[in-house]
Design a protein around this ligand. Structure first.
Ligand code: FDA
Length: 408
């Protein structure tokens, strides 16, 4: 029977990166993945250019950009392998990249550069270590025994036979985009070894609304505008200043994706559709002189299609500003600057970029990612740590993979 120091399940971002670092420490590593293609999520990420990290990540305050039952859990790994460390690796491999919005770093050419870099790291061990990759290869069963030498304590049944290993790293990601290979195997393995799992749900995902309630806005599909979007109570308030995109079924765009990770079923979200202006003040000032229709006046602050849609909802808003009542103008300003909406749901894992929830961090070591089950590690998105949109999720994959590899 073949033996490896470690078997890594999942050849995605976290698994591949962890494999390379482990091999460079002299370990014999087996990576297996049931998908035919390696790192498919990296390939489709960032519109094909992969937003691979974020310069604004504050490693001392991870709760700013990560969520989970205990976002502080990721501090140790993030501060030992930082965005700057990953940038240095990209530079070592001469991969050109650029910064976009809010510290987000993207490949200049293609995400394929990043995948090739991770594969080169796996193949480039000078220390006698190596990475063997089996793909496509299913994982059938994992058994643990403490009655054998530690180096053989795991017996792993795969589509290519059974292997022995001293450690198993679960890097199987979350549930988003099942059509490219996402499965719940990571959570099932955690449960098999009596580890807790925080109920998973889709994150960074478009929000949907009741068909009837949404009907007046469906015609705005394709319209995008900068907004302030919030959810939560005074104590749990979370907000983003980002773009919003109207769709046929609801709302999408970066602001909505960000807020979706915090949104709880049954609660509302509030949107300021004209965040740059005090609309109440502006409409009252306009009322002193403007003979324009309210919709045309609104046009100065929000796109005309949106202004028309809103003004058409109440006859009191279909008049020249100068003739409108204070009450009507105040109500309009109030509704546009704190539009309350209760989503009925999300577009689900088919469209979600990430999974919120996962293996409970109370059962993992924040230094090593080892679980309470000796020699069993969890890294990347399968863990109950979720980053904001903007490269934070890949950085978590790199940092958690690194912390784990260093402990193997
Ligand atoms: P990942 O999903 O990368 O890898 C898991 C691997 O496990 C897969 O290869 C899968 O085939 C394998 N696997 C699953 N079940 C298995 C089984 N039963 N047996 C064997 N293998 C199995 N993040 C970011 O920071 N910047 C970005 O630009 C984007 N963009 C983006 C776009 C889209 C469309 C999506 C869906 C997601 C993103 N993300 C992102 C999120 C990012 O892709 C994600 O957080 C990381 O890929 C997580 O890395 P992991 O290695 O944990 O899982």
């Amino acid at each position: 029977m073949k033996s490896f120091d470690v078997v890594i399940v999942g050849a995605g971002a976290a698994g591949l990166f962890c494999a390379g670092v482990a091999a460079q420490q002299g370990l014999q590593v087996l990576v297996l993945d049931h998908s035919e293609k390696v790192a498919e999520k990296i390939r489709i990420s960032g519109g094909g250019r992969s937003n691979f990290t974020n310069r604004e990540l504050d490693v001392r305050a991870p709760h700013k950009h990560f969520l989970g039952d205990n976002p502080q859990f990721c501090r140790s790994a993030l501060s030992r392998y930082t965005p700057q460390n990953f940038v240095a690796l990209m530079q070592k491999h001469h991969i050109p990249f650029h910064e976009k919005h809010k510290g987000q770093l993207f490949c200049d050419r293609s995400a394929e550069d990043l995948i090739q870099m991770l594969l080169a790291e796996c193949n480039g061990s000078a220390s006698g270590g190596s990475v063997t990759r089996w793909q496509p290869c299913s994982l059938k069963d994992i058994r643990y025994s403490d009655a054998v030498p530690e180096a053989q304590r795991y017996e792993v049944d795969t589509g290519q036979g059974t292997v022995h290993a001293g450690a198993v790293v679960v890097a199987t990601g979350g549930l988003s985009i099942p059509k490219i290979g996402a499965t719940d195997i990571g959570y099932r393995l955690a449960k098999q070894f009596n580890l807790r799992v925080v109920e998973p749900r889709p994150g960074l995902v478009p929000l949907t609304f009741d068909d009837k309630a949404w009907a007046p806005y469906a015609q705005l599909s394709g319209l995008s505008l900068p907004v302030r979007i919030e959810t939560g109570t005074k104590k749990t308030l979370q907000g983003f200043d980002e773009d919003l995109l109207f769709t046929h079924r609801g709302l999408s765009g970066p602001g909505v994706l960000q807020i979706s990770s915090y949104w709880q079923v049954g609660t509302d979200i509030r949107i300021n559709l004209a965040p740059e202006v005090d609309l109440q003040e502006a409409l009252m000032a306009a009322k002193q002189h403007s003979k324009k229709l309210i919709a045309n006046e609104l046009n100065a602050w929000v796109p005309s299609r949106l202004a028309d849609t809103w003004a058409s909802q109440d006859p009191a808003w279909q008049r020249p500003v100068i003739e409108a009542s204070d009450k009507a103008l105040n109500l309009l300003a109030q509704r546009l600057s704190a539009w309350p909406l209760t989503p009925t749901g999300t577009e689900g894992y088919k469209k979600a970029e990430v999974t919120v929830g996962g293996v409970d961090t109370r059962d993992l070591s924040q230094q090593t990612m080892e679980s309470k089950q000796p020699g069993l590690y969890f890294i990347g998105e399968v863990v109950d740590i979720t980053g904001w949109l903007g490269g934070y999720n890949f950085q978590w994959a790199w940092s958690s993979g690194h912390a784990c590899a260093k402990a193997l």
